[in-house]
Design a protein around this ligand. Structure first.
Ligand code: FRU
Length: 489
C-alpha cells in the first residue's frame, strides 16, 4: 500500500503545479508525469471511468501505476487519485488491463502484473500474470488469490514473459477475457478465458493469431460485437508497411469477422484503424445507450522520448470516438457529446478558392472544423489545408484530388526532434467530394475523412498555442464548404 499512498500524496502536493492553460482543452492528459495506454475504460454507477498507464514522478515511462479519471460526457474529466501501484511481490509494474461493473455492483479490474527480477543465478527473468482488483470507483483492493491467470493457463509453448493486457467483458452472465501472448512462432496470439465469477478462470481457446502476418508480438487486445459482426482490435508491434497501409511500426488493426456463442472467430478483413503518427493501444467500452466508444494512446513509442522541453506532463488520449460499421468497414467519429461544447458557428457554402486564402472566422486551437472539397465543381488537382499556422509554423494536409491520396506533414510545425513527420494515406471521393473534419486542440490534431472512413491522429507539442491560423490553397480553382465551431469547455 505504501507505493499507492506515496503516489496519492505526490498527486495532492503537485496537481496544482499544472494550470488548465498548460493542458489541452478537451483531451485527457496524465494528472502528473507520464501516461501511456488507456486502461479500464468502463461505465460504472452512472459514470465513465478511464484509467491509464501512469508514472507520476517523471514525464518518462517508469514502474507502472494506474491513474484515474471519470466523466459523464467524455469532454469534462474529473481527476481521481491513483488507483493501482505496483506494491505486491508478484509485480514490479501494474500493466494494462480493463474493468467491468459486476452484477453485485463492484468495479472489477483485471490487469497484468508484470514482474522483472533476478533469479538466483543472476539471470533477468520476466513473468507476466493477470490479476484482479475490486473497488467502489475510487479505492481498489487487490484480490488475495492473485494472480488469477498464470503460465498454466497458456497453451503449450506460449511465452510466460509476454502474456498481458486482459480485456474483460460480461456476456450472457459469463465473464470473458482476451489477453495477448507470444505464440511459439514468436508472434502474437489472443487467448480467450472465461469465468463464472470473475475470479476463477479457465482457458477457452486461441481466439485469433498473428502467424507472423501482422507484425510480431501483439498488445492490448479488445473484442466486441457490432451489429452482426465481431471485431477484434489489437496493437501489433513491429509492423511492416504494405503500400500505404500499416505505416506506424506499432500499429492498431481492426479484424472484422463473425463469431458465434462458441467463440469460433472467422476472419473476414483486417484494416488499419488510424493512419496517424500517434495512435496506439486502443480500448473500447459500451456506453450507457449502447454505443461502442473507443479511445487510444495518442502517442507512439518510437517518439515517446521526444518530449517538449520543460514538460510537466506527457502524452494524451485521443478524443473518444463512436464506432460503427458501414459497408463492412469500421467507421469512427468523435462522440456526439462534443456537439454540446461547439460554439461560435461560422459557415461558408460553395466558397471558391483560387490560390491561397484565409476565411474570416475560420481559425482556432480548440476547434471542430469541417471542410468539404467539391471535387466536381473544380479543376483543382492539389488542395492544401494549413492548420495551427502562423507566418512561421503550420501542419499541412495535401489532398491529391486525382490520385485520392492525402499527405500529412508536420515537418514545419515547430518540431524540435527528428521524428516521422510525413505520411500518406488513400481516401475515396464520394460523388467527387471529400469531407475533412479536424478536431484541433492545443497539442493535437485529429482528422476524420468522409464521415469517419479514415482517421489520422497526431500530436503537435512544439507548435505555439498562438499559431491558430487555418489557410487554404488550391493549384487551380475549387469550391469548398466550411463549418467551424470553437470548442469551449
Ligand atoms: C502497450 C504496452 C502494454 C503494456 C503497457 C506497459 O503500450 O506495452 O502491452 O501492458 O504498455 O506500460
Amino acid at each position: 500500500m505504501d507505493k499507492l499512498i506515496r503516489a496519492r500524496e505526490y498527486e495532492k502536493a503537485h496537481l496544482a503545479d499544472i494550470s488548465a492553460e498548460e493542458r489541452p482543452v478537451y483531451h485527457v492528459t496524465p494528472a502528473l508525469g507520464w501516461m501511456n495506454d488507456p486502461n479500464g475504460f468502463s461505465y460504472y454507477k452512472g459514470k465513465y471511468h478511464i484509467f491509464y498507464q501512469y508514472y507520476p514522478y517523471a514525464t518518462k515511462w517508469g514502474p507502472m501505476h494506474w491513474g484515474h479519471y471519470t466523466t459523464t460526457d467524455f469532454v469534462r474529466w474529473e481527476f481521481l487519485p491513483a488507483a493501482l501501484a505496483p506494491d505486491e511481490d508478484y509485480e514490479s509494474g501494474c500493466y494494462s488491463g480493463s474493468a467491468v461493473e459486476t452484477v453485485d455492483g463492484t468495479h472489477l479490474i483485471m490487469y497484468t502484473a508484470h514482474l522483472e527480477r533476478k533469479t538466483e543465478d543472476g539471470e533477468n527473468q520476466i513473468i507476466e500474470t493477470q490479476c484482479i482488483a475490486s473497488g467502489d470507483g475510487i479505492d481498489y483492493v487487490k484480490y488475495e488469490g492473485n494472480p488469477v491467470l498464470t503460465a498454466k493457463d497458456i497453451p503449450k509453448g506460449g511465452s510466460k514473459a509476454d502474456f498481458r493486457d486482459p480485456k474483460i467483458w460480461i456476456e450472457n452472465g459469463i465473464y470473458y477475457s482476451v489477453t495477448v501472448n507470444m505464440a511459439p512462432d514468436q508472434s502474437g496470439q489472443i487467448l480467450l478465458h472465461s469465468s463464472e465469477d470473475g475470479y476463477h478462470w479457465k482457458f477457452v481457446r486461441v481466439l485469433e493469431a498473428c502467424r507472423n502476418e501482422y507484425g510480431e508480438m501483439w498488445e492490448c487486445p479488445d473484442f466486441f460485437r457490432l451489429e452482426d459482426k465481431a471485431v477484434i482490435m489489437v496493437s501489433p508491434m513491429h509492423m511492416k508497411a504494405r503500400d500505404l497501409e500499416f505505416h506506424s511500426g506499432h500499429n492498431v488493426i481492426g479484424i472484422i469477422g463473425t463469431c458465434g456463442d462458441d467463440f469460433k472467430f472467422t476472419r473476414e478483413s483486417v484494416r488499419n484503424i488510424d493512419y496517424g503518427f500517434d495512435f496506439y493501444a486502443a480500448q473500447t467500452t459500451e456506453s450507457a445507450d449502447g454505443r461502442r466508444i473507443m479511445t487510444a494512446w495518442m502517442q507512439c513509442w518510437e517518439s515517446s522520448n521526444c518530449q517538449p522541453a520543460h514538460a510537466k506532463w506527457f502524452s494524451m488520449l485521443t478524443f473518444p470516438r463512436e464506432l460503427n460499421l458501414y459497408e463492412g468497414k469500421l467507421i469512427q467519429n468523435p462522440v456526439r457529446e462534443l456537439e454540446g461544447y461547439r460554439k461560435n458557428r461560422v459557415v461558408y457554402t460553395g466558397y471558391t478558392v483560387e490560390g491561397e486564402c484565409e476565411l474570416e472566422g475560420v481559425s482556432g486551437r480548440s476547434a471542430d472544423v469541417e471542410v468539404t472539397l467539391k471535387g466536381d465543381e473544380s479543376d483543382c488537382k492539389e488542395f492544401v489545408i494549413y492548420v495551427a499556422s502562423n507566418e512561421e509554423v503550420h501542419t499541412s494536409f495535401h489532398c491529391d484530388m486525382e490520385r485520392e491520396i492525402i499527405t500529412v506533414d508536420r515537418g514545419r510545425s515547430g518540431i524540435r526532434h527528428d521524428i516521422v513527420c510525413q505520411r500518406q494515406f488513400r481516401f475515396e471521393k464520394k460523388n467527387g467530394d471529400v469531407k475533412l473534419r479536424f478536431l484541433i486542440d492545443r497539442f493535437s490534431i485529429e482528422l476524420f475523412v468522409n464521415d469517419g472512413e479514415q482517421a489520422f491522429s497526431m500530436c503537435i507539442y512544439d507548435t505555439p498555442v498562438s499559431a491558430a491560423g487555418i489557410r487554404f490553397a488550391a493549384d487551380k480553382t475549387i469550391k469548398i464548404d466550411v463549418e467551424k465551431y470553437d470548442i469551449i469547455v
